[in-house]
Design a protein around this ligand. Structure first.
Ligand code: GLY
Length: 376
């Protein structure tokens, strides 16, 4: 059994344990290397259901499919009652749950839920600025006119809605948001801002900043990873070459700034001391970004070998030093993720999106599976 298969088997077992132990519940961001289990009211719940779909696609075991399907009504109810949806992460929530279900089973109710979710995401479009507002209401004094790099991963829901309906507004808004992200969030040296502010009245660009990074102007490693994967996905749907170039630029910066064990600290600019937190989730996301990029790179491209080597080194390091394979009762898959270090929220804990992207990368490495809900 190779290293990836062994890691996947352990992950599938843990997903099953969690499902049996916490029926109908969803994991929340929690301090203390554990998950608290609760309702569908944050930005992260899609990852857990997405892991069930990955598990099903990997081994075709009906248990995972039935478990994932059992959450659809819950996600529909959240849409109907607009529970904690005043943010852009609707794409994360509904691509990995409803769109995934529609891809695997063709369930029309899942398709309808995903289309409703896409419409809610569209309502966050600010035409004067050309962005999807990340957080809060339009008149929110701190967040009005603010975009963040993470939003790139919400765009696939809009591209999918365009393919389903033929309505160009989904495509145009996703495309224009990606262009603004490229222009304002990516810096010339390949580093990135986490967030960028615009004037809400006249749409002019104001300044870059951070929310979860070390300081304004630093490079938050998870933001950089969202950028690598997000621009590669934007290229998948649009075939706009400049998005591919931007994804590669961000990947080079990420690779050039890796520490010796190939798993990043939480910010590329934070002074590294003995107890500086890592963010294993950023490395898992970047691994998926590299896998996506490799899909589009010629065999003869010399950079392909570099990306492939780094992908394998980082994944090996995650499996050998960060995975919970030696902790059979652990509920998380990856140790040493960080949510918001400066804000002192879960600085060194399990992150459900870290678990999700780690499993996605493993499954893609092992079976060559694409992330199937992104397929057209
Ligand atoms: N998208 C929120 C985060 O990465 O923490």
């Amino acid at each position: 059994m190779n290293m990836w298969t062994h890691a996947i088997d352990d992950a599938l077992l843990k997903i099953k344990q969690n499902i049996l132990k916490h029926p109908g519940k969803l994991p929340h961001i929690t301090d203390g290397e554990r998950y608290e289990w609760g309702d569908n009211n944050d930005w992260i719940e899609g990852f857990y259901v997405g892991m069930m779909w990955l598990a099903y696609e990997y081994g075709q075991e009906a248990f995972y499919k039935e478990s994932a399907e059992s959450y659809l009504a819950n996600f529909q109810d959240r849409l109907d009652r607009h529970v904690a949806l005043d943010h852009h992460d609707i794409g994360f929530l509904y691509s990995l749950s409803a769109v995934a279900e529609w891809h695997v089973t063709g369930n029309q109710a899942a398709r309808e839920a995903a289309l409703q979710a896409a419409d809610k995401l569209l309502a966050r479009w600010r035409p004067r600025i050309g962005i999807i507002q990340a957080w809060g209401r339009e008149d929110d004094p701190d967040n009005g006119g603010r975009m963040i790099i993470d939003c790139l991963l919400n765009l696939p829901l809009l591209f999918w809605a365009y393919e389903q309906t033929g309505d160009a507004k989904y495509y145009d808004i996703a495309f224009r948001h990606a262009l603004q992200s490229q222009k304002f969030l990516v810096r010339g040296d390949g580093s990135s801002y986490h967030t960028f502010y615009f004037h809400t009245e006249n749409g002019s660009a104001l300044r870059g900043g951070t929310h979860q990074g070390y300081q304004d102007g630093s490079t938050w490693t998870r933001g950089q990873a969202w950028g690598i994967y997000g621009f590669a996905l934007a290229y998948r749907y649009t075939k706009h070459e400049a998005f591919l170039d931007t994804s590669k630029l961000l990947a080079r910066y990420f690779i050039e700034h890796l520490p010796e064990d190939d798993v990043v600290y939480w910010d590329f600019d934070v002074p590294v001391e003995e107890l500086t937190p890592r963010d294993s989730s950023a490395s898992a996301i970047a691994a998926c970004g590299l896998l996506e990029l490799l899909e589009y790179m010629e065999e003869s491209d010399p950079e392909r070998t570099i990306f492939e080597e780094v992908l394998h080194r980082s994944m090996r390091s995650l499996v050998e030093h960060y995975a919970t394979t030696d902790l059979p009762d652990a509920e998380g898959l990856l140790k040493h993720g960080s949510y918001h270090v400066r804000g002192e929220r879960a600085p060194d804990d399990y992150m459900i999106w870290g678990d999700y992207f780690y499993l996605e990368a493993l499954v893609r490495l092992e079976k060559g599976n694409k992330a199937f809900w992104y397929e057209t």
